[in-house]
Structure formats: structure tokens, C-alpha cells
Design a protein around this ligand. Structure first.
Ligand SMILES: [Zn+2]
Length: 394
């Protein structure tokens, strides 16, 4: 005889291992993956901190993305009362082969009754839900990741070749605050690659032109303009308070100065450079991986320094590199994936090749081997005199 729904659930529950909220609370963070199998609206109303969200309707297609492919991984599922999680646990075990799956007794209702902590993600407005709907559909971003993006402050150094695509896409992605540092005006020769600017804005300050483009894409974004050159006198004041810095500067002295200041303040830098058909990219996350000085303890010979004069560059190349930078920014802000820390990515456009080099922290590094509070103003940005440096190159 076909069992009733209630009878079927009873049967399944008798076959599934259950675990009490007290045990879950005690063992959280010890390698257990906690998965919430409720619907998105339930998740958004509050969930257990640290839990992953895989609605039961997407269990088969999304579970590997959330918990990994290891069938021995210890997994605890929960729902509102413990029924849907028991059914989901049965599916994971019987159909997908996960061996260590348990269902939490009483669900989040009992969890709350016992006084354990619940996290409520920041609510998005109906318009934001629609604007960012394609983000909300990816479990790695979701409402929580989008809320982090909206709360984030990202500083772009330069609204030029690299800064243009980065700014446009970060604005579209909903980064809440975009700072833009640039002291230049839009020039006709910029438009071959600096896609944030337009022909009718030639002569306009790049920070103003960038602001117009960003605001037109997404009114959620607040633009903070700095029409200045970054130097030792203003760097600490400008960069403090930003979560991530996007480095698109074209000269070595500023790169060293930026490195030293960000190591001191503990701000990650997503750095890219371009020349001709070649691009480089890395993420310098202070004390997590190498810094710029670990990678380049001394500046390159002056004749190879790209900033000593006008250089040619393929117009689409900064687009590619700038969007790789934007991708790393989104990963750093949301915590999704593996950022490019300790790795240098080289792109060669003519051959269409990507090469990855490992970069190690230098234990003798003059900057990042120190306690950040020990980095003095005098040491910051120490670099040979640049005018003389370029003049020596002839
Ligand atoms: Zn270093």
C-alpha cells in the first residue's frame, strides 16, 4: 500500500541520522558544513551564521558547489522544523552518495528557541532585487554577497585604460562606494581604450566624466572624486577606510608608495599593468601573501619603465585586464573563490596565452616583514628620484 505523506516522512526520518542543535552549535567550524535547505525568502528572514544556502529544489544541482565533491564530508542540513532537511539528507545519502549527512532536529525553530544566534541579511529593495537578480541566483553571491557589495568601498587609482572598464563593471555590480583618483582631463587620444569617457566629454575632468558614466549605470553607487595625484602628502588620508584598492597607476614611484601605505593600513590591492600586447595581474593582500616590494624589490631599469614616456598599447587589452581586476575585487568583497594572492597572472594577447607564476613573500622584505605600526613615514615610498630616473634612460 502507498504510504501517506506523513507516513512517508516518518519512514524517511527513521532512516536518517539526526543531530541536536546543541551538538551543531558546539561543532560548528570544526569542518562540518551546515546547509540550509529552505526557500530563499525563509533564508533571507534569518539563518544560522556560517551556513550555506542550497534550497531543496536545487539540491542535486548545487550541493557540490556548496559542500564540495568529497563524499566523506560531514554535512548537517537544516530547515524550519526538521522535515525537509530529513528528506534532503535522504536524497544526499541515497542518491548522491554522501556518507556523513545528518539532519538537525527541530530545524531553525528549535535552534532559535534554544537561544542560539541567527543572522539576518540586509534587506534589498524590490528594485535592487530586480537589478541584481542574476547575482542573487548564484549561491556564491546571493543576497548576502550583494549586501556586502553594496556596503563596500572600493578606490580606483586612475580613470584611464584599466580604471574605465573596472569602474563601469563595479558600478553595475553594485559596489556601494567608488572612489576615483585622477588629476587628468579627457583627451581625444584616450578614447581608443578609456571607455568610461566619451567624445563629447573631451576636456572634462576624468573624475567628473567617470562620475557621469557611473551614475548613469547605477544610482546605488556613491562616487567620491579626488581630482589630484596620489603622493606622500595625501595618500594616507585618501586611501584610509577603503576595503579594496584597484591599482591602475602607470608609474613605479606611486606603486611603491601605494604598496607601503596599504601594507601599513592592511588594505588589499588588486594590481594590473599593461604594455603593448602584454598584461600582468596580481592581488597584494597584506600579510596574507607577498607585497609589491616582495615581487619587485628594486624598480626595473629606467629604460624599461613604461611610465617614462608615451607607450603603445592595444586598445582592448586594458579592457581584458581591467575586468580581471574587477573580478578579483568582487571576490575579495564577497569572499567567493580564491583570490589571486601570491600568484602573478601574465596575459599575452598576440599568442592568446595565460601564464601563472607563484610569488612568495620575502621574509626580508623591507616593508611587509615589519609590524605595520613600525612602518615610518620616512620609509614609505622610498624610491630613486623619478625625474632623474627617467632622464638617465635618455
Ligand atoms: Zn613584502
Amino acid at each position: 500500500m502507498t504510504p501517506s505523506g506523513a507516513e512517508y516522512i516518518r519512514q524517511i526520518k527513521s532512516q536518517v541520522d539526526e543531530v541536536d542543535p546543541a551538538q551543531v552549535s558546539e561543532h560548528l567550524g570544526n569542518g562540518i558544513v551546515l546547509v540550509d535547505v529552505r526557500e530563499s525568502t525563509e533564508w533571507d528572514a534569518g539563518h544560522i551564521p556560517g551556513a550555506k544556502h542550497v534550497p531543496r529544489a536545487y539540491l542535486e544541482s548545487r550541493i557540490e558547489g556548496a559542500v564540495g565533491a568529497d563524499r566523506d564530508q560531514e554535512i548537517v542540513l537544516y530547515c524550519a522544523s526538521g522535515q525537509r532537511s530529513a528528506l534532503a539528507a535522504h536524497t544526499l545519502k541515497d542518491l548522491l552518495g554522501y556518507e556523513n549527512v545528518k539532519s538537525m532536529t527541530g530545524g531553525i525553530t528549535l535552534w532559535k528557541d534554544r537561544g542560539y544566534k541567527v543572522e539576518v541579511p540586509k534587506a534589498l529593495s524590490p528594485e535592487q532585487r530586480e537589478r541584481y537578480s542574476r547575482h542573487l541566483l548564484i549561491p556564491e553571491i546571493g543576497v548576502e554577497g550583494q549586501a556586502k557589495l553594496l556596503d563596500s568601498k572600493v578606490l580606483l587609482l586612475g580613470a584611464g585604460g584599466l580604471g574605465s572598464p573596472t569602474a563601469l563593471y563595479l558600478a553595475a555590480a553594485g559596489v556601494g562606494t567608488l572612489g576615483v583618483v585622477d588629476d587628468d582631463e579627457v583627451d581625444l587620444s584616450n578614447l581608443q581604450r578609456q571607455v568610461i569617457h566619451t567624445t563629447d566629454r573631451i576636456g572634462v575632468a576624468k573624475v567628473d566624466s567617470a562620475e557621469q558614466a557611473i551614475t548613469a549605470i547605477n544610482p546605488d553607487v556613491e562616487v567620491v572624486k579626488y581630482k589630484t595625484r596620489l603622493d606622500a602628502s595625501n595618500i594616507m588620508e585618501i586611501i584610509e577606510g577603503y576595503d579594496v584598492i584597484v591599482d591602475g597607476v602607470d608609474n613605479f614611484p606611486t606603486r611603491y608608495l601605494l604598496n607601503d601605505a596599504t601594507v601599513r593600513l592592511g588594505i588589499p590591492v588588486v594590481s594590473a599593468s599593461i604594455l603593448g600586447f602584454d598584461g600582468q595581474l596580481s592581488v597584494f593582500k597584506p600579510h596574507d601573501g607577498p607585497c609589491y616590494r616582495c615581487l619587485y624589490p628594486v624598480p626595473p631599469p629606467a629604460e624599461l619603465a613604461p611610465s617614462c614616456g608615451a607607450n603603445g598599447v592595444l586598445g582592448v587589452l586594458p579592457g581584458t585586464m581591467g575586468l580581471l581586476q574587477a573580478t578579483e575585487v568582487v571576490k575579495l568583497v564577497t569572499g567567493a573563490g580564491e583570490p589571486l594572492v601570491g600568484r602573478l597572472l601574465l596575459y599575452e594577447a598576440l599568442g592568446a596565452t595565460f601564464t601563472e607564476l607563484k610569488v612568495r613573500r620575502d621574509p626580508e622584505c623591507p616593508i611587509c616583514s615589519k609590524d605595520p605600526s613600525q612602518i615610518s613615514d620616512e620609509e614609505m615610498g622610498v624610491f630613486p628620484d623619478y625625474e632623474a630616473f627617467c632622464a638617465a634612460a635618455g
